[in-house]
Design a protein around this ligand. Structure first.
Ligand code: NOJ
Length: 569
């Protein structure tokens, strides 16, 4: 049973039910055996590699102030190379007053002193590149901090050259805010300021005013920010709330959600029809992508939290928007049964536009930890699933140890995370706890008290301990990443579902160099699955599968295996 996700959708209702649109349960690929993909002839690095998300303040603290930093990431570059990941996505590292832990940026072209300096950024980037690891930065184009000089100028009033860089409006005749839009963090999305005697829009915290994307100067300013970092050598961006850039230019009210019921979160009372995912969002996505395309071999990832049918539209009609609009289907899955997982995979595969490359993630810094969502027994299955599906996997730091959610007292959290104060059930800090490196004080994340307590002060949940145990989650994940890397069927091959006994999800990945099959037993009981002739187990989540005959194996409860004719490549 999953925790509430970042959207706070009530547990008994699907995202699509709540937001309208189509659910991800497309029948298109529901017949086992259906296959509809091409194998990229010249796959890009972002198709072949695993992307690893680092929440910078929680990875490794080299400066000894309790907050992770860029020199800390540089120090751990060998660990990342050993793990076998191909790119790091770094959550924001820019100067910030922390109204939303870095997603409120006061300077797009610098590094927050708590994380380091531009020189230390360059040195971290060089260390990653030297090991063949790419770097993807978070780009936050929808809003700045209210302390950003652009906003400070803008709030001077209409005579300021930057006044129109943000969304200012007069109240309605009755003095209420300009429209009924609500902030994602709860309450109205408008705050009144005098001067200039007007309301400004903020889709999130009031310390995060929305930029006015209707204004071409704003768009060009963000494109220049991208060039600044691309020139410095970064390999791409993950674009924050990409689907929010296009709002109704007339700022009309959002319609009431007809499915809203007494007891549902108040912020779901309105459908977000006019406040997001408008037609211009695609034009704006294309304008960001065109900057990416000015440089060779870079990637654009888009955060798009929408029902899958609308999210995949952010690949672009001509595949000219995000290379990878993040696919949250698995992160939002509440029922981790074989049937649900299979239909989630088939539904998403069925919705992808021709030629679009899929991607998967199990969570990020806004979700609870996968180990806590699916439970200890199924964690390895989830890992094997993510690393064997067709499409780029995005890994969340610490999941390779099986880290659980942190547990904190309410007061500590609400003072740090704006979302927690309005919707404590959507507490996002649980998955942002320090990485656990070695047994000892603060799991050797820092010599000082860490900014957040450890998720679990358990020596077995550290890199050092798990390195020494061949059956640890860490070693299984690493083996999966390396198997994926050297097996073309796993990294770029086609996908098709296979018939399987109840409780088991089986699929095949195929490539001219050879095919592999993946069998995942989500059941609490042992299950027997058939194997193709002359196959052998390449990898198992928990010890070897029991041979039933030359053509069948018995999977233990919650066991997953990858089988193939040989290790390829
Ligand atoms: C999405 C980010 O993932 C989340 O952490 C943040 O609060 C909002 N965007 C606002 O930037």
């Amino acid at each position: 049973m999953a925790d509430l996700d970042r959207l706070g959708v009530p547990p008994d209702r699907s995202l699509a039910e709540v937001f309208g649109g189509r659910s991800g349960r497309s029948p298109a690929l529901s017949e086992p055996g259906h296959r509809a993909h091409h194998v990229p002839e010249h796959p890009a690095w972002w198709q072949r590699e695993v992307i690893y998300q680092i929440y910078p303040r929680s990875f490794f603290d080299a400066s000894g102030d309790g907050i992770g930093d860029l020199p800390g990431i540089r120090e751990k570059a060998d660990y990342l190379a050993w793990l076998g990941i191909g790119a790091v996505w770094l959550s924001p590292i820019y100067p910030t007053p922390d109204a939303d832990l870095g997603y409120d940026i006061s300077d797009y072209r610098s590094v927050d002193p708590r994380f380091g300096s531009l020189e230390e950024f360059d040195s971290m980037l060089a260390a990653l590149h030297a090991r063949g690891i790419r770097l993807i930065l978070d780009l936050v184009p929808n809003h700045t901090s209210d302390r950003h000089p652009w906003f400070v100028e803008s709030r001077q009033g209409p005579r300021s050259p930057r006044h129109e860089w943000y969304v200012w409006r007069q109240p309605r005749p009755d003095g209420s805010p300009p429209n009924n839009w609500e902030s994602y963090f709860g309450g109205q999305a408008w705050t009144y300021l005098d001067p200039p005697g007007a309301w400004y829009l903020h889709s999130f915290h009031r310390g995060q005013p929305d930029l006015n994307w209707e204004n071409p100067d704003v768009r060009e300013a963000i494109r220049e920010v991208m060039r600044f970092w691309l020139e410095r050598g970064v390999d791409g961006f993950r674009v924050d709330v990409l689907w929010l850039l296009g709002k109704d230019p007339e700022l009309r009210d959002n319609p009431v959600n007809p499915d809203w019921e007494e007891g549902d979160p108040s912020w779901l009372h309105f459908l977000r029809t006019n406040s997001e995912d408008g037609p211009k969002a695609h034009e704006y996505a294309r304008s960001l992508r065109s900057v990416i395309d000015e440089y060779p071999d870079r990637v654009m990832i888009g955060e798009v939290v929408l029902p899958p049918a609308r999210a995949v539209a952010y690949h672009g009609e001509r595949l000219d928007e995000a290379h990878l609009p993040h696919n949250f289907a698995m992160a939002e899955l509440r029922d981790w049964s074989a049937d649900e997982v299979r239909s989630t995979v088939e539904g998403y595969e069925g919705l992808l536009p021709p030629g679009a490359w899929p991607n998967w993630l199990l969570g990020d810094h806004d979700f609870s930890r996968i180990a806590s969502r699916v439970g200890h027994a199924r964690t390895r299955l989830a890992h094997m699933l993510l690393l064997t599906l067709r499409g780029t996997p995005t890994w969340y730091y610490g999941d390779e140890l099986g880290l659980p959610n942190g547990t904190f007292t309410g007061a500590a959290v609400t003072s740090i995370d704006p979302q927690a104060s309005t919707a404590p059930e959507r507490d996002r800090l649980v998955a942002r706890t320090p990485m656990q490196w070695s047994p000892g004080l603060h799991a050797r994340f820092s010599e000082a008290d860490p900014w957040l307590p450890l998720a679990a002060d358990d020596p077995d949940l550290t890199v050092e301990r798990q390195l020494g145990d061949p059956d640890s989650v860490l070693n299984v994940v690493r083996a999966l990443i390396h198997l994926r890397r050297r097996t073309p069927a796993l990294s770029i091959g086609t996908y098709r579902s296979l018939p399987a006994p109840p409780g088991v999800f089986s699929f095949e990945r195929e490539h001219a160099d050879g095919a592999v099959q993946i069998h995942l037993n989500f059941d609490d009981a042992a299950r027997e699955v058939g194997l193709p002739g002359r196959s052998r187990t390449l990898l198992s989540t928990i010890g070897p599968a029991t041979e039933a005959s030359s053509t069948h194996v018995v999977l233990a409860p919650h066991q997953g295996i990858v089988v193939g004719e040989a290790v390829l490549g």
